[in-house]
Design a protein around this ligand. Structure first.
Ligand SMILES: *Cc1c(COP(=O)(O)O)cnc(C)c1O
Length: 356
């Protein structure tokens, strides 16, 4: 029987082509317009470019299908995160966010929003399950955490919050809606950076919110209109194009990551690699080397690894996260496994590890 995941993928792949008329283009037209013909009463959604754009709508339709929820597109993941905070929080509220999650989310709260009356607390990703969360209006999770790859049981946290007014928001960037389903596990809202695996080609910034809560959806849509944080049609087109191969890319990336994990795990002790962290799902892993110099050598010497920040692209890439001040060891490397042919990739990385 067709799985729920396959049904969502099919719906995403056909979201643009369903309902086409003879002669219509199969890919979403890139519509660049600020204005729409609008005589008389504004009784159409197409009133102005800050409200709506047909190419962005095509991408949102694909996102709706893969999330199985209403989605709202944003120009970056951080724009989606800001909208998620604005839709769920008001002055006087308390929010708890992971101390080991994406650092820009913490910086945004700390530098811009605590001064506007929000109280922000930090909690380690692994502590959310046991902590008393009853004081919070919003609980914000990121699992696996970025960059440390610690895990938190979303369903267990959702169960604790059931029956309360507290909103549970999950940053699902690292695993995407194909590998983790926060809304099905009880979250009220998903925020995501589609700059990573969703678009997948490292050539565009994008983000989205997904929710089944109509009031939260309406607030986030309103926020986007008021602050003008709108995605452009060119970017939306690239994300749409990337989404069409999301499943294929993830299949290769995850298979490469699993194989690489087992092969590298066998080298611990026999090489300069001290530790590997791989949450048994996804394509991101953490490698800990003895020190930062060896870690830099690993990244720069390996012809199969592209040295860069970010993750989720076609190319295997890596960086030392301590260079950004993240609370990880100096020799900790976040490796994002790409779509390269498996034997060539694994052999190149193994050879570099042995040469260190
Ligand atoms: C990259 C990232 C973001 C921010 O996304 P941008 O598209 O760069 O704005 C947010 N959360 C996580 C977990 C990320 O990895």
């Amino acid at each position: 029987m067709t799985s729920d995941t396959e049904k969502r993928i099919m719906a995403m792949l056909h979201s643009q082509t369903n309902g086409l008329n003879k002669g219509d283009p199969i890919s979403p037209p890139i519509v660049t317009t600020a204005k729409y013909l609008l005589p008389g009463e504004p009784d159409t959604p197409y009133v102005y470019g800050r409200d709506i754009n047909p190419t962005v709508v095509a991408t949102e339709n694909a996102l709706n299908a893969i999330e199985d929820a209403k989605t709202i597109a944003f120009p970056t993941g951080m724009a989606a995160i800001t909208a998620g905070i604005m839709a769920t929080c008001k002055p006087g509220d308390r929010i708890v966010v992971p101390s080991d999650g994406y650092f820009v989310t913490r910086a945004l709260l700390d530098e811009a929003l605590t001064g506007l009356g929000l109280t922000v607390d930090l909690l380690k990703t692994t502590d959310f399950e046991t902590a008393d969360l009853s004081a919070y209006n919003v609980v914000w999770l990121e699992t696996p955490s970025n960059p440390g790859l610690d895990l938190c049981d979303i369903a267990a946290v959702a169960a604790k919050l059931k029956g309360t007014e507290t909103k549970l928001v999950v940053d699902n960037t690292t695993l995407t809606p194909l590998l983790q389903r926060p809304l099905d596990l009880g979250a009220d809202m998903v925020v995501a950076s589609d700059t990573k695996a969703m678009a997948g080609h490292s050539d565009v910034l994008f983000g989205h919110i997904a929710t089944r809560d109509d009031a939260l959806f309406a607030k986030a849509v309103r926020w986007r209109k008021l602050c003008g944080s709108v995605a452009g049609p060119w970017e939306a087109f690239l994300v749409h194009r990337g989404l069409m191969t999301l499943e294929l890319r993830l299949e290769r990336m995850c298979s490469n990551a699993r194989t690489l994990y087992h092969r590298l795990a066998a080298q611990i002790g026999a090489s300069k690699l001290q530790l590997i962290k791989y949450p048994n799902i996804g394509f991101v892993m953490g490698l800990t080397f003895e020190n930062s110099q060896i870690a830099d050598h690993f990244i720069e010497d390996c012809p199969a690894i592209f040295a860069s920040t970010s993750f989720g692209g076609i190319h295997t890439s890596a960086e030392r996260r301590a260079r950004w001040g993240d609370d990880v060891p100096g020799g900790y490397v976040r490796l994002s496994v790409g779509c390269e042919p498996q034997d060539a990739l694994v052999e190149a990385i193994e050879a570099t590890l042995k040469s260190l």
